[in-house]
Design a protein around this ligand. Structure first.
Ligand SMILES: CC(C)(COP(=O)(O)OP(=O)(O)OC[C@H]1O[C@@H](n2cnc3c(N)ncnc32)[C@H](O)[C@@H]1OP(=O)(O)O)[C@@H](O)C(=O)NCCC(=O)NCCS
Length: 171
């Protein structure tokens, strides 16, 4: 399995994986599948300090992950949020772990200080995946989502990377 930066040629597979979960699961709070305009913007905003990667297995995209802006206010610029989505036919083969490891490596490379994961609905797979990489749950937002006719909690998990402080902040 190869993990590499996403390209425009991957978008059909990336969007198909994501839109599957939009339709069937509470791991994303999107309710309608996202169309081409969304993915065009997604690709343009996932570059530089906010990378997106795909896991390619036997020539096919088996999963993807991304580091996104956590908050648009400047002081949050060293904190990012991760996303990991693995094709439903490819679960429990180590792909999610490999993607998240690569995102953590890239976050360190870009000098980020924290990675946040917002894990909806107490999903064991995502919680264990993140816990195994050193994330800790730091809070839980009760019933902030409403999907499939029920209220859904979002747990907030954090990985502190202990990166060096930005030079502009001085000693
Ligand atoms: C969460 C998700 C990314 C895990 O991907 P995966 O490739 O199946 O996970 P891996 O095989 O790499 O497993 C890594 C670890 O995660 C945990 N895990 C994964 N799936 C699990 C499950 N169904 N139940 C419990 N723990 C699970 C385990 O600790 C596992 O380690 P182990 O196999 O040594 O026990 C995948 O289930 C998925 O795409 N889910 C839908 C999208 C989602 O919830 N994304 C996270 C929100 S950002």
């Amino acid at each position: 399995m190869d993990i590499r930066a996403v390209t425009v040629e991957d978008i059909a597979a990336v969007s198909a994986i994501y839109n599957h979960y939009v339709r069937t699961a509470t791991c994303t709070f999107a309710i309608e599948p996202e169309g081409p305009a969304y993915w065009d913007m997604w690709l343009r905003t996932h570059a530089g300090p906010h990378p997106a990667v795909v896991a390619v297995d036997s020539g096919a995209v088996a999963g993807w992950g991304a580091l996104s802006q956590w908050n648009s206010r400047c002081a949050y610029s060293h904190t990012v949020e991760d996303s990991v989505y693995v094709h439903p036919d490819c679960h429990r083969r180590g792909i999610g772990r490999a993607i998240l490891s690569e995102l953590i490596r890239r976050a360190r490379t870009h000098g980020h200080r924290n990675i946040i994961a917002q894990i909806a609905d107490h999903q064991a797979a995502s919680e264990r995946l993140h816990a195994a990489q050193g994330f800790e749950q730091v809070g839980c937002l009760r019933e902030v989502g409403f999907k499939f006719n029920r209220w859904i909690d979002v747990a907030v998990w954090q990985l502190r990377l202990d990166a060096a402080r930005p030079a502009c902040h001085g000693a």
